[in-house]
Design a protein around this ligand. Sequence first.
Ligand code: MTE
Ligand code: MO
Length: 352
Amino acid sequence: MSDSIKSNPTRKTHSLTPENKETPISFVQTDVTSAKFFYLRNHFSYPSFTYQNHWLSISGLVDIPMLFSMQDIRKLPSKKIKVVLECAGNKRSLFQPKVFGEQWEKGGMSHGYWKGVSLLTLLQMTGIKKEVKEVIFESHDMGTQPSTDQPLPYSRSLPLNKAIHPDTILAYEYNNEPIPYKHGFPLRLIVPNWYGMASIKWLKHIKLADKEFGGHFQTKDYVFYPHVNNDNDSFPVTVQNVNSSIQQPTDLQILSTGKIQITGIAWTGKGYISKVEISTDGGITWSNALLKKKESYGWVSWSFEWVVWQTGEYTLLSKATDSHGRVQPESPFWNRKGYGYNATDRVSVKIE
Ligand SMILES: Nc1nc2c(c(=O)[nH]1)N[C@H]1C(S)=C(S)[C@@H](COP(=O)(O)O)O[C@H]1N2
Ligand SMILES: [Mo]
Protein backbone atom coordinates (compact mmCIF):
# COMPACT_ATOMS: atom_id res chain seq x y z
CA MET A 1 0.00 0.00 0.00
CA SER A 2 1.32 3.44 -0.88
CA ASP A 3 2.14 5.64 2.12
CA SER A 4 0.15 8.52 0.76
CA ILE A 5 -3.05 6.51 1.02
CA LYS A 6 -2.16 4.78 4.28
CA SER A 7 -5.09 4.64 6.67
CA ASN A 8 -4.84 5.36 10.37
CA PRO A 9 -6.87 4.10 13.29
CA THR A 10 -9.05 6.48 15.30
CA ARG A 11 -10.38 6.53 18.84
CA LYS A 12 -13.89 5.19 19.31
CA THR A 13 -16.31 7.74 20.77
CA HIS A 14 -18.51 6.85 23.74
CA SER A 15 -19.55 10.41 24.63
CA LEU A 16 -18.54 13.95 23.66
CA THR A 17 -19.42 16.02 26.77
CA PRO A 18 -17.75 14.89 28.88
CA GLU A 19 -15.37 13.42 26.34
CA ASN A 20 -14.94 9.65 26.56
CA LYS A 21 -13.08 7.86 23.79
CA GLU A 22 -11.20 4.63 23.64
CA THR A 23 -7.84 3.62 22.22
CA PRO A 24 -8.06 1.57 18.98
CA ILE A 25 -6.34 -1.22 20.87
CA SER A 26 -6.32 -3.78 18.03
CA PHE A 27 -4.57 -1.35 15.70
CA VAL A 28 -1.95 0.40 17.83
CA GLN A 29 1.20 -1.25 16.62
CA THR A 30 3.73 0.52 18.81
CA ASP A 31 4.45 -0.55 22.36
CA VAL A 32 3.92 3.01 23.57
CA THR A 33 0.57 4.68 22.88
CA SER A 34 0.95 8.01 21.12
CA ALA A 35 -1.02 10.87 22.67
CA LYS A 36 -3.41 10.96 19.69
CA PHE A 37 -4.59 7.42 20.43
CA PHE A 38 -4.57 7.66 24.24
CA TYR A 39 -8.00 6.90 25.68
CA LEU A 40 -9.93 9.80 27.20
CA ARG A 41 -11.97 9.33 30.35
CA ASN A 42 -13.64 12.39 31.83
CA HIS A 43 -16.43 12.86 34.34
CA PHE A 44 -16.97 16.54 33.60
CA SER A 45 -16.32 19.07 30.88
CA TYR A 46 -12.72 20.22 30.61
CA PRO A 47 -11.65 22.76 33.21
CA SER A 48 -10.43 26.19 32.21
CA PHE A 49 -7.72 27.80 34.29
CA THR A 50 -4.66 29.86 33.54
CA TYR A 51 -1.64 27.68 33.73
CA GLN A 52 0.83 30.56 33.46
CA ASN A 53 0.34 30.98 37.19
CA HIS A 54 -0.59 27.42 38.06
CA TRP A 55 0.17 26.64 41.68
CA LEU A 56 -0.06 23.39 43.54
CA SER A 57 -0.86 23.78 47.22
CA ILE A 58 -0.14 21.21 49.91
CA SER A 59 -1.88 21.71 53.25
CA GLY A 60 -3.65 19.93 56.08
CA LEU A 61 -1.64 17.85 58.54
CA VAL A 62 1.78 19.05 57.40
CA ASP A 63 4.50 20.94 59.30
CA ILE A 64 4.73 23.69 56.69
CA PRO A 65 1.88 24.26 54.20
CA MET A 66 3.47 25.07 50.83
CA LEU A 67 2.68 26.40 47.38
CA PHE A 68 4.66 25.05 44.42
CA SER A 69 4.94 26.66 41.00
CA MET A 70 5.56 24.51 37.94
CA GLN A 71 9.12 25.90 37.85
CA ASP A 72 9.66 24.75 41.46
CA ILE A 73 8.37 21.29 40.56
CA ARG A 74 10.45 20.97 37.38
CA LYS A 75 13.63 21.78 39.34
CA LEU A 76 13.21 18.81 41.67
CA PRO A 77 14.74 15.39 40.91
CA SER A 78 12.54 13.60 38.37
CA LYS A 79 11.87 10.07 37.24
CA LYS A 80 10.31 8.59 34.13
CA ILE A 81 8.16 5.47 34.43
CA LYS A 82 6.38 3.32 31.88
CA VAL A 83 2.84 2.79 33.06
CA VAL A 84 -0.30 1.12 31.79
CA LEU A 85 -3.22 3.34 32.65
CA GLU A 86 -6.46 1.36 32.61
CA CYS A 87 -9.93 2.63 33.38
CA ALA A 88 -11.68 0.50 35.98
CA GLY A 89 -14.54 0.28 33.47
CA ASN A 90 -12.33 -1.18 30.71
CA LYS A 91 -14.22 -4.07 29.01
CA ARG A 92 -17.46 -3.15 30.83
CA SER A 93 -19.42 -3.93 27.65
CA LEU A 94 -18.47 -7.61 28.06
CA PHE A 95 -20.34 -8.13 31.35
CA GLN A 96 -23.38 -10.40 31.25
CA PRO A 97 -25.91 -9.31 32.43
CA LYS A 98 -25.09 -5.89 30.98
CA VAL A 99 -24.38 -3.01 33.33
CA PHE A 100 -25.01 0.71 32.89
CA GLY A 101 -22.14 3.12 32.24
CA GLU A 102 -19.70 3.85 29.43
CA GLN A 103 -19.67 0.70 27.31
CA TRP A 104 -15.89 0.38 27.08
CA GLU A 105 -14.62 -2.38 24.85
CA LYS A 106 -10.96 -3.38 25.13
CA GLY A 107 -9.49 0.11 24.59
CA GLY A 108 -10.18 1.81 27.92
CA MET A 109 -6.44 1.68 28.49
CA SER A 110 -3.15 3.07 27.15
CA HIS A 111 0.56 2.71 27.76
CA GLY A 112 3.48 5.13 27.85
CA TYR A 113 6.16 7.08 29.70
CA TRP A 114 5.23 9.58 32.39
CA LYS A 115 7.89 11.88 33.83
CA GLY A 116 7.60 13.86 37.02
CA VAL A 117 8.57 14.18 40.64
CA SER A 118 7.82 11.68 43.40
CA LEU A 119 5.02 12.98 45.60
CA LEU A 120 7.25 11.82 48.46
CA THR A 121 9.84 14.46 47.53
CA LEU A 122 7.26 17.24 48.05
CA LEU A 123 5.89 15.69 51.22
CA GLN A 124 9.40 15.54 52.65
CA MET A 125 9.53 19.30 52.15
CA THR A 126 6.18 20.00 53.83
CA GLY A 127 6.59 17.33 56.48
CA ILE A 128 3.95 14.70 57.30
CA LYS A 129 2.33 14.83 60.73
CA LYS A 130 2.25 11.47 62.45
CA GLU A 131 -1.59 11.28 62.56
CA VAL A 132 -1.81 11.29 58.76
CA LYS A 133 -3.74 8.36 57.27
CA GLU A 134 -4.67 9.60 53.83
CA VAL A 135 -3.62 12.08 51.19
CA ILE A 136 -6.49 13.81 49.37
CA PHE A 137 -6.13 15.13 45.83
CA GLU A 138 -8.33 17.78 44.26
CA SER A 139 -8.46 18.83 40.63
CA HIS A 140 -9.63 21.80 38.58
CA ASP A 141 -12.53 20.10 36.79
CA MET A 142 -15.89 20.01 38.51
CA GLY A 143 -19.54 19.19 38.12
CA THR A 144 -22.55 17.60 39.76
CA GLN A 145 -23.15 13.89 40.28
CA PRO A 146 -26.46 12.13 41.02
CA SER A 147 -25.63 12.17 44.74
CA THR A 148 -24.44 15.80 44.86
CA ASP A 149 -26.44 18.95 44.07
CA GLN A 150 -23.50 21.37 44.37
CA PRO A 151 -20.76 21.24 41.74
CA LEU A 152 -17.79 19.42 43.24
CA PRO A 153 -14.27 18.98 41.91
CA TYR A 154 -13.05 15.54 40.89
CA SER A 155 -11.35 14.48 44.09
CA ARG A 156 -10.00 11.26 45.60
CA SER A 157 -7.56 10.07 48.23
CA LEU A 158 -4.76 7.54 48.58
CA PRO A 159 -3.74 5.75 51.76
CA LEU A 160 -0.48 7.24 53.05
CA ASN A 161 1.61 4.18 52.19
CA LYS A 162 0.61 4.34 48.50
CA ALA A 163 0.96 8.14 48.40
CA ILE A 164 4.57 7.98 49.62
CA HIS A 165 5.60 5.13 47.35
CA PRO A 166 8.50 6.61 45.34
CA ASP A 167 6.80 5.67 42.05
CA THR A 168 3.64 7.64 42.85
CA ILE A 169 4.52 10.74 40.88
CA LEU A 170 3.26 14.17 39.97
CA ALA A 171 3.79 14.01 36.23
CA TYR A 172 4.34 16.92 33.84
CA GLU A 173 5.46 15.01 30.71
CA TYR A 174 3.97 12.19 28.67
CA ASN A 175 6.30 10.48 26.15
CA ASN A 176 8.84 13.33 26.50
CA GLU A 177 6.31 16.09 25.74
CA PRO A 178 4.33 18.29 28.12
CA ILE A 179 1.20 16.36 29.14
CA PRO A 180 -1.56 17.09 26.59
CA TYR A 181 -4.26 19.36 27.97
CA LYS A 182 -6.96 16.67 27.86
CA HIS A 183 -4.76 14.31 29.86
CA GLY A 184 -4.18 16.71 32.75
CA PHE A 185 -1.80 19.51 31.74
CA PRO A 186 0.20 20.90 33.44
CA LEU A 187 0.32 18.42 36.32
CA ARG A 188 -1.33 15.08 37.02
CA LEU A 189 -0.93 12.37 39.56
CA ILE A 190 0.22 9.00 38.23
CA VAL A 191 -0.45 6.03 40.47
CA PRO A 192 1.14 2.91 38.94
CA ASN A 193 -0.67 -0.40 39.56
CA TRP A 194 -3.98 1.23 40.47
CA TYR A 195 -6.91 1.64 38.12
CA GLY A 196 -6.97 4.95 36.25
CA MET A 197 -9.44 6.81 38.50
CA ALA A 198 -6.57 7.31 40.99
CA SER A 199 -4.40 9.18 38.48
CA ILE A 200 -5.94 12.61 38.95
CA LYS A 201 -5.63 15.09 36.11
CA TRP A 202 -5.31 18.92 36.42
CA LEU A 203 -4.07 18.61 39.98
CA LYS A 204 -4.73 21.72 42.06
CA HIS A 205 -4.57 20.88 45.73
CA ILE A 206 -3.22 18.17 48.03
CA LYS A 207 -4.38 17.81 51.60
CA LEU A 208 -3.11 15.45 54.32
CA ALA A 209 -5.78 14.10 56.66
CA ASP A 210 -6.18 11.79 59.63
CA LYS A 211 -9.54 10.40 58.48
CA GLU A 212 -10.85 8.42 55.55
CA PHE A 213 -11.97 10.69 52.73
CA GLY A 214 -15.72 10.50 52.03
CA GLY A 215 -15.93 12.09 48.56
CA HIS A 216 -18.30 10.82 45.89
CA PHE A 217 -15.57 9.31 43.71
CA GLN A 218 -14.15 7.53 46.74
CA THR A 219 -17.17 6.13 48.53
CA LYS A 220 -19.97 5.95 45.90
CA ASP A 221 -18.22 5.56 42.57
CA TYR A 222 -15.24 3.23 42.14
CA VAL A 223 -16.68 0.73 44.56
CA PHE A 224 -17.37 -2.91 43.71
CA TYR A 225 -21.05 -3.64 44.44
CA PRO A 226 -21.50 -7.39 44.03
CA HIS A 227 -25.31 -7.35 44.36
CA VAL A 228 -28.00 -5.93 42.09
CA ASN A 229 -30.34 -4.57 44.76
CA ASN A 230 -28.23 -3.70 47.79
CA ASP A 231 -24.78 -2.39 48.74
CA ASN A 232 -23.77 -5.37 50.91
CA ASP A 233 -20.22 -6.73 50.59
CA SER A 234 -18.99 -3.65 48.75
CA PHE A 235 -15.29 -2.79 48.64
CA PRO A 236 -13.22 -0.08 46.92
CA VAL A 237 -11.62 -0.34 43.50
CA THR A 238 -7.83 -0.06 43.86
CA VAL A 239 -5.16 -2.33 42.31
CA GLN A 240 -5.53 -3.52 38.71
CA ASN A 241 -6.50 -7.15 38.22
CA VAL A 242 -4.28 -9.48 36.20
CA ASN A 243 -5.51 -9.19 32.63
CA SER A 244 -4.79 -9.74 28.95
CA SER A 245 -6.27 -8.79 25.60
CA ILE A 246 -6.01 -10.31 22.17
CA GLN A 247 -5.26 -7.49 19.71
CA GLN A 248 -5.16 -9.60 16.53
CA PRO A 249 -7.14 -11.27 15.11
CA THR A 250 -10.27 -9.30 15.93
CA ASP A 251 -13.58 -10.81 16.99
CA LEU A 252 -15.55 -12.53 14.20
CA GLN A 253 -12.76 -12.04 11.68
CA ILE A 254 -12.57 -14.38 8.67
CA LEU A 255 -9.09 -15.79 8.00
CA SER A 256 -7.42 -18.24 5.63
CA THR A 257 -5.73 -21.51 6.53
CA GLY A 258 -2.00 -21.47 7.25
CA LYS A 259 0.12 -19.56 9.77
CA ILE A 260 -1.73 -16.98 11.84
CA GLN A 261 -0.06 -14.65 14.32
CA ILE A 262 -2.16 -14.18 17.45
CA THR A 263 -0.89 -11.05 19.22
CA GLY A 264 -1.85 -9.12 22.30
CA ILE A 265 -0.93 -7.54 25.61
CA ALA A 266 -1.02 -8.55 29.27
CA TRP A 267 -0.72 -6.48 32.44
CA THR A 268 -1.22 -6.63 36.21
CA GLY A 269 -1.35 -4.36 39.25
CA LYS A 270 0.80 -6.76 41.32
CA GLY A 271 4.33 -7.78 40.38
CA TYR A 272 4.80 -8.64 36.73
CA ILE A 273 3.27 -10.94 34.10
CA SER A 274 4.94 -14.33 34.38
CA LYS A 275 2.94 -16.28 31.80
CA VAL A 276 0.37 -15.85 29.03
CA GLU A 277 -1.38 -18.95 27.74
CA ILE A 278 -3.33 -19.24 24.52
CA SER A 279 -6.06 -21.67 23.62
CA THR A 280 -7.27 -22.10 20.04
CA ASP A 281 -9.91 -24.70 20.94
CA GLY A 282 -12.16 -22.78 23.29
CA GLY A 283 -10.16 -23.55 26.45
CA ILE A 284 -9.59 -27.32 26.19
CA THR A 285 -5.84 -27.09 25.59
CA TRP A 286 -3.42 -24.23 26.35
CA SER A 287 0.07 -23.31 25.12
CA ASN A 288 2.45 -20.59 26.25
CA ALA A 289 2.65 -17.39 24.23
CA LEU A 290 6.00 -15.71 23.68
CA LEU A 291 6.39 -12.67 25.96
CA LYS A 292 8.33 -9.74 24.49
CA LYS A 293 9.90 -8.62 27.78
CA LYS A 294 9.21 -8.43 31.47
CA GLU A 295 7.37 -5.26 32.48
CA SER A 296 6.28 -4.20 35.94
CA TYR A 297 4.04 -1.14 35.61
CA GLY A 298 3.77 -1.53 31.86
CA TRP A 299 1.93 -3.95 29.65
CA VAL A 300 3.86 -6.78 28.05
CA SER A 301 3.24 -7.61 24.40
CA TRP A 302 2.97 -11.27 23.49
CA SER A 303 2.56 -13.37 20.37
CA PHE A 304 1.62 -16.90 19.44
CA GLU A 305 2.02 -18.57 16.07
CA TRP A 306 -1.03 -20.64 15.24
CA VAL A 307 -0.87 -23.08 12.34
CA VAL A 308 -4.31 -24.12 11.18
CA TRP A 309 -5.25 -26.22 8.16
CA GLN A 310 -8.78 -27.23 9.11
CA THR A 311 -11.50 -24.80 8.07
CA GLY A 312 -14.26 -24.00 10.54
CA GLU A 313 -15.07 -21.77 13.51
CA TYR A 314 -12.62 -21.41 16.40
CA THR A 315 -12.63 -19.71 19.78
CA LEU A 316 -9.28 -18.18 20.73
CA LEU A 317 -8.58 -17.39 24.38
CA SER A 318 -5.76 -15.64 26.24
CA LYS A 319 -5.06 -16.13 29.94
CA ALA A 320 -2.39 -14.24 31.91
CA THR A 321 -0.74 -15.17 35.21
CA ASP A 322 1.23 -12.72 37.34
CA SER A 323 4.20 -13.17 39.66
CA HIS A 324 1.81 -13.18 42.64
CA GLY A 325 0.10 -16.26 41.22
CA ARG A 326 -3.02 -14.38 40.20
CA VAL A 327 -4.64 -15.91 37.10
CA GLN A 328 -7.42 -14.54 34.91
CA PRO A 329 -10.66 -16.34 35.77
CA GLU A 330 -12.85 -18.02 33.19
CA SER A 331 -15.79 -15.80 34.10
CA PRO A 332 -15.63 -12.22 35.36
CA PHE A 333 -16.57 -11.03 38.84
CA TRP A 334 -19.90 -9.37 38.02
CA ASN A 335 -20.57 -6.15 39.91
CA ARG A 336 -23.29 -3.54 39.52
CA LYS A 337 -21.04 -0.74 38.25
CA GLY A 338 -19.05 -3.00 35.96
CA TYR A 339 -15.51 -2.52 37.23
CA GLY A 340 -12.41 -4.67 36.95
CA TYR A 341 -13.47 -7.05 34.14
CA ASN A 342 -10.65 -9.55 33.74
CA ALA A 343 -12.04 -12.83 32.48
CA THR A 344 -9.86 -14.67 29.94
CA ASP A 345 -10.04 -12.72 26.69
CA ARG A 346 -12.01 -14.35 23.91
CA VAL A 347 -12.14 -13.91 20.15
CA SER A 348 -14.09 -16.03 17.64
CA VAL A 349 -12.69 -16.53 14.16
CA LYS A 350 -13.74 -18.40 11.05
CA ILE A 351 -11.14 -20.18 8.95
CA GLU A 352 -12.13 -20.56 5.30
N1 MTE B 1 -9.44 15.55 37.27
C1 MTE B 1 -9.81 14.36 36.78
N2 MTE B 1 -8.95 13.35 36.84
C2 MTE B 1 -9.29 12.13 36.36
C3 MTE B 1 -10.57 11.90 35.80
C4 MTE B 1 -11.46 13.00 35.73
O1 MTE B 1 -12.60 12.90 35.24
N3 MTE B 1 -11.05 14.21 36.24
N4 MTE B 1 -10.90 10.64 35.35
C5 MTE B 1 -10.13 9.53 35.93
C6 MTE B 1 -10.35 8.25 35.30
S1 MTE B 1 -11.74 7.41 35.74
C7 MTE B 1 -9.42 7.70 34.44
S2 MTE B 1 -9.62 6.13 33.85
C8 MTE B 1 -8.23 8.47 34.01
C9 MTE B 1 -8.26 8.67 32.50
O2 MTE B 1 -7.16 9.42 32.08
P1 MTE B 1 -7.07 9.91 30.57
O3 MTE B 1 -8.32 10.69 30.21
O4 MTE B 1 -5.83 10.71 30.47
O5 MTE B 1 -6.98 8.67 29.74
O6 MTE B 1 -8.16 9.74 34.62
C10 MTE B 1 -8.64 9.83 35.94
N5 MTE B 1 -8.38 11.14 36.44
MO1 MO C 1 -11.66 5.32 34.76
